[in-house]
Design a protein around this ligand. Sequence first.
Ligand code: TYD
Length: 200
Amino acid sequence: MNRGKLIALEGIDGCGKSTQAVLLADALRADGHDVLLTREPTDGPTGRRIRAMARSGKRVPAFEELGWFFEDRREHVVEVIAPALAAGRTVLTDRYFLSTVAYQGARGLDWREILARSEGEFPLPDAALLFVLPAADGLARVETRGGPAEPAFEQADFLEKVASIFAALDLPYLVRIDAAGDVDEVAERTRSALAEKLRA
Ligand code: TYD
């Protein structure tokens, strides 16, 4: 059996990737794909610890936070992603290692080093869909859905830094998608950009 495809959805808070992940999963299923939709931070023990920290707004030192995200991803890859790929399934993950590159890079860690380590350790995505939106627009969307749920990460100057690292990435598997506009428009852009990438 062929290895399935791994597709990551990435972007700043409020960029709309979680909504698009659901729509993309539906569209791929309608085309006959066996899709697994999953997310990071995960619902496993390390992921739950990360979410609790993010909600509390109390940050741990950057290197420790980095360790938590790597640990959560290791568990995710071993327990969920790798078995699904081996079974030929299409895996959509709402956030993957480029989130660590951009977010923990924005905390002042060396993002190039995080990227090199990640590419060395984790399966490379066949496509990483990056939903591009100015930080101010992402934050405005976060506000309309009830304010920052995760004050540790959802702050203007911090999200600007995250966005600037995402903007600096130049990777063969990275596909940028303009996340401005209405949901259906962005969904259509997402489907066609992915189809083009997987054909290439
Ligand atoms: P998010 O996708 O916003 O989760 P939810 O849908 O539950 O709100 O992710 C939570 C936060 O974690 C988000 O602000 C980004 C941050 N994050 C990192 O800092 N590094 C990472 O590696 C990942 C996966 C997420």
